[in-house]
Design a protein around this ligand. Structure first.
Ligand SMILES: Cc1ncc(COP(=O)(O)O)c(C=O)c1O
Length: 375
């Protein structure tokens, strides 16, 4: 009998989620109902941050957070080229320019020294990304931001469950930080996002702008500023509340799968595994991305894994080298060498909480067999 296919990602959804969604459907209040405030409150409590605003996606959250810190037309925002494209796109939505700086080759996060070197008189903010759930060096970015009078927005879309060395949860430092709840994330609402933040005035602005510019005390068709429809439905918020109830269990399961992979893949020559937790930081496991040895044809590896039922994908491509960014900003190969080398070699393997040892060892045996052919 053929082995079962192993997908790249798979959410954990059960009776708690079904019950939560049905309860909202029966209540008849599908949006702007009680689940919105409940999800925000529980999420903020969980992280230990004063405020949280639920939004329709991580991308929408980044857009509103950048607006809330005052990013606008003509500004520059320094960010990582090794991220999902949404973190840079949100800067462009504000009429500002994403200015990239290279990454640290070990953590794969924006390198603070490179970011500082990219500051110009037009720089308004820094947008570090906690890539693959590994905490960016926020103390360094906060020092730089303070010295140069810059704002910070954190892209924590991949980093729920991560912690900084000082014990503070990623997203709980008070800077606006944005989480994403797409189906592959640590916690999912199908689509969705959350902005966590310390400043109540900023929360008020974000809450208004996600709802067409309406203040809480205004009537339905009253709008005192430009807004968007970035609301998260009560159905999605109820899902989020149910998922929060099993978050510890799901995070622990992801960390366990990562340990199984580390053990299984340790013997493969030339394969680079995700960095271990360094200096007291702690990763919130989101994906398991390896870097293939130089000279290996990644597309061939992907199709050979697929032929034995194992899904994998190149993850992530360098943002500045994608078609739109090359054309719009005249980016070219070689600008950010660490990012480009990692982007050329990285491969995401199947990774989800319900994976067991049988599956991780099947993936590692297949990968080992395939890589031996390139030896
Ligand atoms: C680093 C990063 N930023 C932003 C986003 C955007 O989140 P969403 O897909 O919820 O809009 C994602 C999600 O995939 C992400 O991984």
């Amino acid at each position: 009998m053929a082995d079962e296919p192993i997908p790249l990602a798979k959410p954990v959804l059960g009776e708690a989620e079904e019950r939560a969604v049905i309860e909202v459907l029966r209540s008849g209040q599908l949006s702007l109902g009680p689940k919105l405030g409940e999800f925000e409150r529980l999420f903020a409590e969980r992280l230990g941050v004063p405020h949280a605003s639920a939004v329709s996606s991580g991308t929408a959250g980044l857009h509103l957070a950048l607006r809330a810190v005052g990013v606008g037309p003509g500004d520059e925002v320094i960010t990582s080229p090794f991220s999902f494209v949404a973190s840079a796109n949100a800067i462009i939505y504000c009429g500002a320019t994403p200015v990239f700086a290279d990454i640290d080759p070990v953590t794969l996060n924006l390198d603070p020294a490179a970011a500082e070197a990219a500051i110009t008189p037009r720089t308004k903010a820094i947008l570090p990304v906690h890539i693959f759930g590994y905490p960016a060096d926020m103390p360094a970015f906060e020092r730089i931001a303070q010295q140069h009078g810059l704002a910070i927005v954190e892209d924590a879309c991949e980093a729920l469950g991560a912690r900084h060395a000082d014990g503070v949860a990623v997203g709980a430092r008070g800077n606006p930080a944005v989480f994403g709840f797409y189906a592959n994330k640590q916690l999912t609402t199908g689509e969705g996002g959350m902005v966590t933040l310390g400043d109540p005035a900023m929360k008020e602005r974000i809450d208004s702008e996600r709802n067409q510019g309406r203040a809480p005390d205004m009537g339905w068709l009253d709008h005192d500023r430009l807004g968007f429809n970035y609301r998260l439905s009560d159905i999605a918020c109820a899902l989020g509340v149910a998922q929060l109830g099993r978050l510890d269990e799901m995070l622990a399961a992801r960390a366990h799968v990562a340990t199984l992979y580390r053990e299984a893949l340790a013997s493969i020559d030339g394969l680079t595994l995700p960095c271990e937790d360094l200096d007291g930081n702690s990763r919130g496991w989101f994906v398991f991305v390896v870097q293939l040895p130089a000279g290996v044809d990644r597309n061939a590896v992907i199709s050979q894994l697929a032929s034995v039922g194992i899904q994998s994908k190149p993850y992530l491509p360098a943002i500045h080298l994608s078609g739109f960014y090359r054309e719009r900003f005249a980016h070219r190969d070689g600008e950010y060498p660490h990012c480009e080398r990692v982007a050329d070699h990285s491969l995401a393997l199947p990774f989800f909480p319900e994976m067991g040892e049988r599956q991780t060892s099947r993936v590692s045996r297949a990968l080992s067999r395939i890589l031996a052919r390139f030896g």
